[in-house]
Design a binder for this molecule. Structure first.
Ligand SMILES: [Fe+2]
Ligand SMILES: [Fe+2]
Length: 280
């Protein structure tokens, strides 16, 4: 069964070589079909850090890749760059598209750039971005065999009150509209804390199941207290099992020096996309 690997917040520049090597071995063993890199690729958006990240991604040789920037991928101290060319280095490493998409037989994955040059760490999603993603989701909304995923950097939900200041601005409208349009999962990073949360537990009026899937930091020494480096591996389950997917969290274990499966969530998905109201 093909899989989607979510790597978030590797913060190249603070990457740990033994973890880098373990993740390369993990990918070789699992052979995922898609790679999602959900931002904070670098620590300080330097050319050298982006180059190291690009070399690593190339080395993984995963057939499809989707990369979005995080707040750390916009230069912080180089003010001229921050103002006039905030994504120049990101683009040089990963291509011009800041909101790439992947469409395959089983997957529709849509990236959203939630960083803003005028915000330091906060992220936001605009009304225009919300609608654009919704239109893309609706193109495959009738196809129950396809897993529809939106990727942002800052989280659309948190599990701890102390992380509330990191929530994505504009998330309420985004979550509602994307649920209507047929999204199944919203992937994020930023807070270096992995979890899976049904968004209907945040907004009980959502018309269908939509899940918040957060990844920890894959490679960086900037781990939260008590958290390991981790990645998520998402698998589409066989149609005979109903419409569902699994999210496996793999933690780097210092004892073995390898990524080990730490948790498996089975997510029930809505049978089909709700019909979205027509928009002007
Ligand atoms: Fe981060
Ligand atoms: Fe971040």
């Amino acid at each position: 069964m093909s899989g989607l690997l979510q790597i978030s917040d590797p913060h190249f520049g603070t990457e740990q070589p033994p973890v880098v090597e373990a993740l390369a071995r993990f990918v070789e063993a699992q052979r995922p079909e898609l790679l999602v890199l959900s931002g904070d690729i670098t620590q300080r958006a330097t050319r050298a850090q982006f180059n190291a990240a690009r070399r690593f991604v190339d080395r993984l040789a995963i057939p499809h890749r989707l990369v979005i920037p995080g707040n750390h991928d916009v230069p912080l101290y180089a003010f001229w760059m921050r103002l006039f060319a905030p994504y120049a280095r990101h683009r040089a490493a990963f291509g011009d598209a800041l909101e790439p998409t992947i469409e395959t037989a089983g997957w529709a994955v849509i990236g959203v750039n939630t960083t803003r040059w005028y915000r330091h760490t906060d992220g936001e999603v605009s009304a225009e971005q919300i609608e654009q993603v919704a239109q893309q989701l609706q193109r495959s909304a009738g196809d129950a065999s396809k897993l529809r995923i939106v990727v942002v950097h800052q989280p659309v939900a948190v599990t701890r009150e102390k992380d509330a200041h990191d929530l994505l601005r504009g998330r309420e409208a985004a979550v509602r509209r994307w649920a209507e349009a047929g999204a199944d999962l919203v992937l994020g990073g930023h807070i270096h804390l992995p979890f899976v949360l049904p968004l209907q537990s945040v907004d009980g009026t959502l018309p269908r199941a939509l899940w918040c899937v957060q990844a920890g930091t894959a490679l960086s020494s900037r781990v939260r207290a008590g958290q390991a480096n981790s990645v998520n591996l998402i698998r589409r389950d066989a149609p005979s099992q109903g419409r569902q997917c699994t999210v496996e969290r793999w933690d780097f274990a210092r004892s073995s020096g390898e990524f080990e499966c730490a948790e498996i969530h089975t997510l029930a998905l809505s049978a089909e996309a709700a019909r979205a109201p027509a928009r002007a």
